[in-house]
Write a protein that binds this ligand. Structure first.
Ligand SMILES: Nc1ncnc2c1ncn2[C@@H]1O[C@H](COP(=O)(O)OP(=O)(O)OP(=O)(O)O)[C@@H](O)[C@H]1O
Ligand SMILES: N[C@@H](CCO)C(=O)O
Length: 332
């Protein structure tokens, strides 16, 4: 469980009172997650029970948080199923709990699908395109704080922990990504607010008689303004791979891309840079996992993610680009 800060029932009750959400009935630390402290909260208001998620932000600052919280509100108001941050009497959605910046959002129904099929990937592709389009008129600006500038800063910090072969791959890939980002095709990529961390464990589904239904995306705390293609690549590298090997699953990748493109057609620049962005997305999570693994923080119980997984994914994206097996890949 990633509980970095213990929240008492008194603290949680105080927040519920401030937000006029009724009486605390249950407070439970959440297993999973490595960035923030999360609790499930149940409140009772006028005889009705309500489920919430309380997040205490451990690394993000109060200056960075309004971008994420108001983005979630913006999307929720446009019908994208995402948690809606609850406001106090003066309309503020950023609160303080145990001296930390905190937010309370509605709990999404359903469960994560950790072994997705093509049908789940298509639902995610469709909703991701809807999210990109719905966020176009979001006015706050904040870059992807885990983008190229952060990779350039962090690679020298993690390099001393790597063997020569890994260090060579990391240095070479970073140089390649700096080169790609300096080019005119990259400059032509459409951009806007992106989720930037939309892994299998950041979406919920409900199983209905007619098939799975996507009940929402959550964990927007790595969102930022960046290329839409980077978001697409992050999803392809997680939802549409065989986890043990990191290899693409072409049926799932095709389902994801076709559903996305049915909502928003990919541009010529996007089609050209998809292989490079798949490498960028693998590099991003290899670096952050190396950083979390070798420079860990204190937590009541914390399982860092395995960095070797994204080293494997990156090697795969370099040596076997998407479509290499079938000879063709369609993201029209
Ligand atoms: N709004 C929500 N509705 C339902 N469940 C949620 C919600 N927010 C968080 N959870 C649950 O809490 C768990 C941890 O949350 P989350 O993934 O946001 O952790 P984190 O530490 O903030 O981020 P990360 O995934 O980046 O490590 C999730 O796997 C999910 O089960
Ligand atoms: N999704 C990330 C963790 C949170 O950023 C990973 O799997 O490394």
């Amino acid at each position: 469980m990633a509980v970095f800060t213990e929240v008492s029932a008194e603290e949680a009750s105080r927040l519920l009172r401030e937000l006029r959400l009724g009486e605390l009935r249950e407070l439970r630390g959440i297993q999973g997650g490595i960035e923030n402290t999360n609790y499930f909260v149940t409140s009772e208001h006028e005889g009705q029970s309500h489920e919430w998620v309380l997040t205490l932000f451990e690394r993000l600052t109060p200056a960075q948080l309004p971008f994420y919280l108001y983005l979630m509100k913006h999307l929720a108001q446009r019908g994208i199923p995402v948690p809606d941050p609850q406001a106090d009497a003066s309309g503020d959605v950023l609160h303080t709990v145990c001296g930390k910046p905190a937010a309370l959002v509605n709990r999404l129904r359903g469960h994560s699908e950790l072994s997705p099929g093509a049908v789940h990937c298509a639902l995610v592709g469709d909703m991701l395109a809807r999210l990109h389009l719905a966020a176009r008129d979001y006015e706050r600006q904040q870059p992807n704080l885990r983008g190229l500038a952060w990779w350039n800063e962090t690679v020298p910090v993690v390099l001393p922990y790597l063997d020569p072969d890994q260090a060579e791959l990391l240095r070479a890939e970073l140089a390649y990504q700096n080169h790609v980002a300096a080019g005119s095709t990259y400059a032509a990529l459409p951009r806007g607010p992106i989720h930037a961390d939309l892994f299998r464990d950041n979406a919920m589904f409900e199983d209905r008689a007619t098939g799975p239904v996507l009940t929402g995306f959550f964990d927007f705390y790595f969102a930022g303004v960046d290329t839409w293609l980077f978001d697409v690549a992050v999803c392809l590298n997680d939802w549409c791979i065989d986890l043990p090997t990191g290899a693409h699953d072409e049926a799932r990748a095709q389902a994801f891309l076709s559903a996305y493109a049915a909502r928003r057609a990919f541009t010529a620049a996007e089609r050209r840079l998809l292989p490079a962005m798949l490498r960028a997305a693998a590099l991003r999570f290899w670096i952050s996992r190396l950083w979390d693994f070798h420079l860990p923080r204190q937590a009541a119980m914390l399982k860092p993610h395995d960095p070797a997984h994204f080293e494997r994914v990156l090697r795969g994206r370099v040596t076997r680009p998407l479509g290499a097996d079938s000879g063709k890949f369609d993201c029209q």
